[in-house]
Design a protein around this ligand. Structure first.
Ligand SMILES: NC(=O)c1ccc[n+]([C@@H]2O[C@H](COP(=O)([O-])OP(=O)(O)OC[C@H]3O[C@@H](n4cnc5c(N)ncnc54)[C@H](OP(=O)(O)O)[C@@H]3O)[C@@H](O)[C@H]2O)c1
Length: 331
């Protein structure tokens, strides 16, 4: 292990559940990489809707796992680009100095964070840290949603909630697969979503989806939570609804909706499938390669300096980000 790393480090803490305004900058112990882990010096952290859910402790059910009264892990931020500065047991010391992209379990809004060595993907120099950091959760979820829906060339897909972190990747990746992409988003974001590859866009505030002409091989539902029975009616006879996100209840979150989806799929050729994305190194490698080749472009609403991390969390909390919000590492 390297000896040049300080024993303490600055970090942004959410040590009680609540809005972004409660986030505090503190000095905490620098984490130590354990077996199979590395220590990263953080260069950029991309924020996700999950950071806000964990910050708020909403839905309440999640507190059973993540901490009953306060978050067990108080530092938000899973998606990072960083430099390997130390390695734990059973990890090749030659990794030290490598520039990588990683999906952490938590802890990205800090000077240093521990990452699993088997999840690291090399970050090519030509891909900026702030762009690379956006890829794992939003891009990875987009890939896994399209896989769950079985999207391929010539299919017509409806993306509900196309302008956020996940949606901007879903639209680009579905278009890359050769699908005809229709999408809903806010009126001001229609031009952006069309530039990403959607052939038709609709303002979700004024469009009744049941009036859309034609039917869909797949619907990727990212925001909004329209009644599932109505979404199912928009499908072709073997179509699929892939449920990624949307509004859930304050207590149980998406669970009642997932159960309804299962019930509605029984005995039907049209299915409703829940997407529960997990960290996949091979998917992250593909995303880095696609971004490097310019075949996908991370949409970044704002890149904030380290000192403005609270502003970043508050922006995510608003629910109206366009693409991603990234916080740069400590200078
Ligand atoms: N299942 C999984 O494994 C998984 C993984 C990652 C994320 N998720 C979930 O996916 C959801 C989206 O995540 P995200 O990172 O993309 O969030 P996000 O970036 O915060 O999404 C914000 C965007 O959603 C749009 N939006 C809000 N309500 C809408 C509606 N009714 N119809 C259409 N668009 C709407 C907003 O547009 P306006 O500003 O115009 O309102 C905004 O552009 C979250 O619920 C998250 O928890 C699930």
């Amino acid at each position: 292990m390297s000896t040049t790393i300080t024993k303490t480090m600055p970090a942004w803490l959410n040590d009680s559940y609540g809005p972004a305004a409660g986030t505090r900058r503190e000095t905490v112990a620098t984490p130590q990489p354990g077996r199979g882990e590395v220590l990263l010096r953080i260069r950029a952290t991309a924020l996700n809707a999950a950071d806000v859910r964990l910050m708020l402790g909403d839905p309440l059910l999640m507190r059973l796992v993540f901490g009953l009264r306060r978050p067990k892990q108080p530092i938000r931020g899973n998606d990072v680009a960083g430099t390997v500065v130390a390695v734990g047991e059973d990890v090749d010391a030659a990794l030290i100095g490598d520039e990588v992209v990683a999906e952490l379990d938590s802890g990205g809004l800090a000077a240093y964070a521990v990452a699993r060595a088997d999840r690291l993907v090399t970050r090519p120099e030509a891909l900026a840290p702030e762009a690379a950091a956006t890829l794992p959760i939003s891009g990875g979820t987009a890939v896994q949603a399209l896989d769950a829906a079985g999207i391929s060339t010539g299919q017509r897909v409806l993306v509900i909630g196309a302008s956020g972190g996940v949606g901007t990747f879903v639209v680009q990746l579905a278009a890359l697969r050769g699908a005809e992409v229709w999408a809903t988003c806010g009126q001001p974001n229609r031009a952006l979503v069309e530039s990403l590859g959607a052939t038709r866009t609709f303002d979700y505030r004024t469009t009744d989806l049941s009036t859309l002409p034609g039917s869909f091989d797949a619907i990727i539902e990212i925001a909004g939570s329209r009644p599932l029975r109505r979404l199912k009616r928009l499908l072709t006879p073997t179509g699929v609804v892939a449920m990624v996100g949307g509004d859930g209840g304050h207590v149980l979150g998406p669970i009642p909706r997932i159960l309804r989806g299962l019930l509605l799929s029984i005995g039907s050729r049209r299915s409703i499938r829940m997407v529960a994305a997990v960290a996949k190194r091979d998917v992250n490698e593909q995303l880095v390669a696609l971004a490097l080749a310019g075949r996908i472009t991370p949409v970044i609403e704002r890149t904030l300096p380290w000192d403005a991390a609270v502003e970043g969390l508050a922006r995510l909390e608003s629910g109206h980000t366009v693409g991603k919000v990234v916080v740069l590492g400590m200078p």
